[in-house]
Structure formats: structure tokens, C-alpha cells
Design a binder for this molecule. Sequence first.
Ligand SMILES: [Fe+2]
Length: 298
Amino acid sequence: MSSVIRGLGYVVVDSADLDAWESFATDIFGMAVSERTDDLLRLRIDDKCYRIEIRKADTDGVNTIGWEVAGAAQLEEVAARLEALGYAVKREDPKIAYAERLVSGLIAFDDPDGTRVEVFWGFKEDKSVFVSPTGARFVTGSGGMGHIFQLVTDDKAFEKLYFDGLGFKFSDYIDFGPVAATFTHCNPRHHSMAFAAVPGVPAGLGHIMLEVDDIDVVGRAYHKVFEEKKAPLAMTLGRHSNDDMISFYTRTPSGFQIEFGTGGLLIDDSEWLPPRFDVPSFWGHVRVNPAEADVLDT
Ligand SMILES: [Fe+2]
């Protein structure tokens, strides 16, 4: 059984350095460039025209998160649910939605921390076959492009938004001392959205997770980061407790992190009983810089 939201569709990132992003995304992770201008870099990982869009800006960070629904009726259903919760929802002109995002319909609102969230349907596919420069095969499809982990100021407000507004389901909690991170799903992927309110840590997107189907693709990417130092390693290779993902974390040119992994758990809602964990990982995932408190991850 799926939620009205079907998966993470795209992420839009602001960055001052598109060249750094291009080599980071293609050389380490095997994403493919689908569009590149002086002001724009679009990255493919599957049949969709892009999944990550980097826009030239003076600041660095995630600008927009895009969630996919099945059609116009579901888009309006989400809009009504959000408005019932008090969110100001902008219904975008379909022509603008297609011109700017390559989608057929789109609504937008700001989450409780002010991050722009879009909900859309009808995502344009690229007529050419996706060819990864590293031979990576990304796990997307019914699980969406991956998951995100967001540091928030009020986790109860985000539970209200994601459960009541967007129809996500609870996956489980991981306790990090006094802080419980909440993991939620909207398709079989164990979580598409996770969040935690950590005192003293500013709100913002912690990481985006991309999954591939081969541990050797993860290992070769890890070698480029760990051995060849092509990007800053944030957490070493490890296996997460709740979604079983074997992954590592590296810092993007925009400051937030990418988790790159394989073997993520799938949830069957008809038999799922949420567990609870007091560790994020069974082994590994050692934080390279212990002072970084922004990586309560899985
Ligand atoms: Fe993660």
C-alpha cells in the first residue's frame, strides 16, 4: 500500500561551483550530466531527465525538495490536506512547471523551517538510455530517487506535516542519546524522509542518500574518496541498524552530505512492526570529524 506521495523525485541545489559539482557527481558516484550551461547543471541517475539540479548561486545548499504523486487528482488532494493544516500552497501554472522543472503539474509550499517543498506529477523522461560513467546502476523506480535526512527545529511539526499532510507512514526511531530521529516511508524503501531536532544544531538538509545495486560500485566510490581523497569523507563505510544499508558519507561541494549505499531494506506495510534502535549502525560509519554534529544519519 502506498502513500499519496510516491517517492522523492528531485532535489534542487544552489552552488557557487558547478564545475566542482560536475566532477564530484560523475567521477565519484557515476551520475550522468543531462544538461549543462553556465548557470545550470542537471544530473541523471535513471530514465528521468534529472534527479539533482544544481543552480549557480552565491550561496550553497539545498534549495528545493520535490516529492512525486501519481496525477493531478492526487496533487489537489495533497494541496487540500496541506491547506487544512494551515500551509500556504502555491499552485504553479502547468506551463511554468514544465518549463522550469520538466513536470506536468506542481504545487509548492514552505516547510516549518522555511525549506521550499514541491509536490509534482508527470516527470519527463529522457529518450536516451541512462549510461553511468562508472557503470553504476541506481536503485530508483518505485522507491523514488533515494532518501533525505533533514535537521529540523521542531520534529513534532514535521511529524504533523509528513504524516498528516503528505501521508507518510512511520518506519522507526533511532535514539541518539536524548534525541530520537524519526524515519518515515511513502513506498517500499525503508525511509524516504528522516528528521531529527538536535539542540544547538541549525536546521537544514543533512544528507541525500543514493542507492546502487552493487557493493563493488559503493566500494570503488569509497576508494576514490578514502584513498584518492577526491572529496571529503564524512563517515566511513558501515551498515545501518534500521535500514540495513551498507554506505559511506561524503561532503558535497555545497556542504551537505551524500550517503552512497547498497542493500537498503524494503518495507511491506501489511506486516511491518516498527522497531526501535539505540545505535545508528551495526558497524562502521565512524565520523571522520567528531566535532560534526550534523550527521545523525541512516
Ligand atoms: Fe541516510
